[in-house]
Structure formats: structure tokens, C-alpha cells
Design a binder for this molecule. Structure first.
Ligand SMILES: CC(C)(COP(=O)(O)OP(=O)(O)OC[C@H]1O[C@@H](n2cnc3c(N)ncnc32)[C@H](O)[C@@H]1OP(=O)(O)O)[C@@H](O)C(=O)NCCC(=O)NCCS
Length: 221
């Protein structure tokens, strides 16, 4: 039996969902993924606190004390801005990332997914899709064939994306949104329940049915 130690970057609700998925993966394989701690901004103030019996190790500075040759990192931060920042810092320190894919997810053998992905329960990734690094697909997401997705994209539960869509880097798509085959620009935020029928410019908030586009003062998703 092979044991892989894991540190989760992030300590919020999404990190707890990822912990749950790790538990599910362990029930389905001979090998064991062993979470040994959480690291997040502000974690230094909560050092030693337990999240479901697993200790908070502090903030990213504490990663320097970890033997990163024997521990894998999982980027379990929901907000795209924070996830990119933490991943880039952790990579500079020498961190290597693992993908976490729920056993119930369907991943086409003709799809390509970059490093550090998190794909939650009952997601479908169809043929000829190309997905960048540090992708998050939360539960019950369906993505059609030939869709191209950039880096650090987060797709929230029950989103449907039509085949042939093109989604830029750092895009955040809120729960239950529906995307017709369009192009979404880098950094765009798609509001919950939005119906996207036309191309979305970069760095705007799209919301409503059909979507209207609004200027984004500061990206917080
Ligand atoms: C769209 C969103 C990013 C916020 O955008 P915002 O422009 O900052 O929105 P505000 O909260 O300032 O609200 C401004 C207006 O937009 C409306 N609005 C907010 N979200 C909306 C949405 N998803 N669809 C339609 N209208 C929306 C508000 O009702 C408000 O309307 P009003 O001016 O008539 O009162 C956010 O509401 C959202 O949908 N986030 C996704 C949440 C999500 O899915 N999280 C995943 C957790 S699992």
C-alpha cells in the first residue's frame, strides 16, 4: 500500500468539501491519501486548531518547514484570485500539486486536464476537451465536448456548459449558470443562475437571464 501525504491549501468550506472527496477516494483505492494539515492566509492565528481532526499548520510561511519531496499540495481554495496567488507562492517554495478527482466523476479518455485539478462528484468532462491547470469543477457540473478551458477556472455546482465553449483564464462561474457555446474572456465572473447567450468580455460580471455585463471594480471571485 502506497501512502501519499497531503497538505490542503485553504481552510474554508471548499477545503472541507475536498477533504470529504479525499475520504471517498480512499474508500475506492488500495493506496491512501493522508491529509496531514491545512495551510491558509490567516492560518498562523489558528495554528493547532483542528478541522475534522486535521491540524491547521499556519500560513504559507510554514510550508518552508515541510519536506516538500514527501508531501503533495492540493489547491482547495474556491476564490480564483486567492487560489492563483497561493499556488504561485507555494510553487516558488517547491510545492508539487496533486489532482483530486471524485470516483463518481466521468472523465473522457479523450479529454486533457492540466495539473492540480479538483473535480467533484458526478461531474462529466467530455471528449476532446482541453482544460488548463488548477481547474475546479464542483459537484454535478456538465461540460460538453470540444470545450476549451484556461488556467485557474472555478465552475460551481450544477453549472451546464454547452460543447464548443471557450473559457478564458481565472473565470469564476456561479452555481446553476448555463453557458451556450460562447467565448468567455479572462477574469470574467458569471453570476449564479445566469444564462450566457453571447460572448463575455474579459474582467466583467455577467448576470441575469439572458446575461447583461457589468464593470467589475475589483475581482474578488
Ligand atoms: C453576481 C455576483 C458575483 C455579485 O455581483 P455584484 O454585481 O457584486 O452583485 P451585488 O450583490 O452588488 O448586487 C447588485 C445587483 O445585482 C443583482 N444580482 C446579484 N447576483 C445576481 C445574479 N446572479 N443574477 C441576477 N442578478 C443578480 C442583485 O440582486 C442586485 O440587484 P439590485 O441592484 O436590483 O438590488 C454574485 O451575486 C453571484 O451570483 N455570485 C456567485 C455565487 C456562487 O455561485 N457561489 C458559489 C458558492 S458554492
Amino acid at each position: 500500500m502506497n501512502i501519499k501525504k497531503i497538505i490542503l491549501l485553504g481552510g474554508g468550506g471548499f477545503a472541507r468539501e475536498v477533504l470529504e472527496t479525499i475520504d471517498e477516494i480512499n474508500k475506492h483505492t488500495e493506496d491512501t491519501l493522508l491529509p496531514i494539515g491545512f495551510i491558509y492566509d490567516g492560518g498562523d492565528k489558528e495554528k493547532g486548531k483542528l478541522i475534522h481532526d486535521i491540524p491547521v499548520l499556519g500560513n504559507l510561511t510554514n510550508l518552508k518547514q515541510v519536506d516538500l519531496n514527501n508531501v503533495f499540495l492540493v489547491a482547495s481554495i474556491g476564490r480564483t484570485v486567492w487560489r492563483r496567488k497561493m499556488v504561485e507562492t507555494a510553487t516558488k517554495i517547491g510545492g508539487q500539486f496533486l489532482s483530486i478527482i471524485h470516483p463518481s466523476a466521468h472523465i473522457s479518455k479523450w479529454a486533457k486536464i492540466g495539473e492540480g485539478a479538483i473535480i467533484q462528484r458526478h461531474c462529466a468532462v467530455m471528449p476532446e476537451m482541453k482544460i488548463g491547470d488548477f481547474f475546479i469543477s464542483n459537484s454535478l457540473v456538465s461540460i460538453g465536448h470540444d470545450t476549451i478551458i484556461g488556467d485557474f477556472v472555478h465552475i460551481n455546482p450544477t453549472v451546464n456548459i454547452a460543447g464548443g465553449s471557450i473559457i478564458g483564464n481565472d473565470v469564476f462561474i456561479g452555481v446553476k449558470a448555463t453557458i451556450l457555446p460562447v467565448k468567455i474572456g479572462d477574469g470574467a465572473v458569471i453570476g449564479a443562475c445566469t444564462l450566457v447567450t453571447k460572448d463575455v468580455p474579459p474582467n466583467v460580471i455577467a448576470k441575469g437571464i439572458p446575461a447583461k455585463y457589468f464593470k467589475m471594480d475589483e475581482k474578488s471571485y
